[in-house]
Design a protein around this ligand. Structure first.
Ligand SMILES: Cc1cc2nc3c(=O)[nH]c(=O)nc-3n(C[C@H](O)[C@H](O)[C@H](O)COP(=O)(O)O)c2cc1C
Length: 159
């Protein structure tokens, strides 16, 4: 089975999780990048939060590989306003991949992972395995490693 880990990350938390998952699964990895990056000031919460709330699709930079050529996609997103990021919305809209996304990892700063998972489950009918991780500044981040191990094990056993 050919696996691809696809993720968006503004501040590195989701990237770190994505790299660990890809390494352990021996999967290819693809970072989604937007043409216009959100400012890393406090305005990001307002602008990004509004975009996520309304399900905006960002304009993506060209992808380095074709996600449609993979059997299974493991998708990662930070939680924004309880939803997915505009880059992930765009990815799911632009490419014919929804039926390949069977696993999801979400990163949140305040514990809104469940909300985001519920939101994405409505779009991803084949989603089976999920893991909710905490931002490195959140006390629950100490649980990330254990949760990631369980997530990867499930994916390996599910093959
Ligand atoms: C625009 C924006 C909106 C956010 N909204 C939420 C939210 O609704 N709930 C939450 O728990 N965390 C929220 N966060 C925090 C991020 O989910 C968290 O910091 C995450 O780890 C960031 O991942 P990254 O480092 O890969 O960008 C938000 C962050 C940003 C920038």
């Amino acid at each position: 089975m050919k696996d691809l880990v696809v993720y968006y990350s503004l501040e590195g938390n989701t990237r770190q999780a994505a790299e660990r998952i890809a390494e352990r699964l021996h999967a290819d990895i693809l970072q989604l990048q937007t043409v216009k990056e959100i400012l890393k000031s406090k305005m990001k919460f307002f602008i990004g939060g509004m975009q996520a709330t309304f399900g905006v699709c960002a304009k993506l930079k060209p992808l380095a590989l074709n996600p449609e050529q993979y059997d299974r996609i493991i998708l990662g997103t930070p939680v924004w306003a309880g939803k997915a990021t505009p880059a992930v919305n765009a990815f799911l809209k632009k490419f014919n991949v929804k039926n390949k996304v069977t696993a999801l990892f979400t990163l949140s700063g305040g514990g809104d992972n469940d909300k985001c998972v519920r939101y994405l489950k409505k779009k991803l009918a084949h989603l089976r395995t999920t893991v909710a991780l905490a931002d490195r500044n959140h006390p629950d981040a100490s649980e990330n490693e254990r949760k990631l191990n369980g997530f990867v094990e499930e994916l390996i056993n599910g093959q």
